[in-house]
Design a binder for this molecule. Structure first.
Ligand code: MG
Length: 219
């Protein structure tokens, strides 16, 4: 298994990382951002993925790295121009993930109207927990998600609060791009984002022990 294989599905290589921003109303409020009519889309390099027990490396260029806990979808089939009513057929598995963000770099980019890529794509900035196969009894739009830093709860939300559902996100992405097996989608974060520092242990979870994640922050 090489570094880009998915531990639970070793035959699948991680592909493109699609990320959705501004998908929970209270997070939009805490960021003083505005709601959008369509999902806000950005990408991360696939080399930013790390798995359970991995190390988050804080870059020198930032003093303000934030956790954003998110539902992560693993795409299992070629998907192009699908409607929302069939879009979940493309999901092979789900996981909890962290869209780590250098908030200071992102704020400077936002001010200038520039892309967020540099703030979001650092090496180790996309930790994902174990992927759990999507089963019929999952209600993907009613899953708790939470993150703790050094045992203290920082974010606790539910996917029912998403402004664009998983199906709507996949349908939207598939109108613009072709999704392929191994692609993963970060679906946005609820409120409560906060800074992490070297020495912190970050734990995150999805649903009733569906997926869990533990990573260690280092300078
Ligand atoms: Mg995010």
């Amino acid at each position: 298994m090489n570094q880009l294989s998915i531990p639970e599905f070793p035959d699948l290589q991680i592909g493109t990382l699609f990320c959705i921003g501004r998908n929970y109303a209270r997070h939009i409020e805490e960021m003083k951002s505005e709601r959008t009519d369509e999902p806000v889309v950005f990408l991360k390099p696939r080399s930013s993925v790390i798995f359970n027990n991995g190390k988050v490396l804080l870059p020198e260029k930032t003093n303000d790295v934030h956790h954003e806990v998110e539902l992560v979808l693993l795409i299992g089939k070629h998907t192009h121009k699908v409607s929302p009513d069939v879009a979940l057929d493309s999901v092979k598995a789900v996981a909890v993930g962290l869209d780590l963000t250098a908030r200071d770099i992102q704020a400077r980019a936002k001010q200038k109207g520039l892309p967020w890529t540099l703030s979001k794509g650092f090496h180790t900035f996309a930790p994902v927990g174990n992927f759990a196969e999507l089963r019929d009894n999952f209600d993907i739009q009613n899953l708790d998600l939470w993150v703790k830093v050094n045992g203290e709860t920082r974010q606790h939300g539910n996917t029912s609060m998403m402004l664009f559902t998983s199906a709507e996100i996949i349908s939207f992405l598939s109108q613009h791009f072709i999704l392929n097996p191994g692609d993963i989608i970060f679906t946005g974060t609820p409120e409560g984002v906060s800074r992490v520092k070297a020495g912190d242990t970050i734990e995150a979870g999805l649903g009733d022990h569906i997926s869990s994640l533990k990573v260690y922050v280092q300078s």
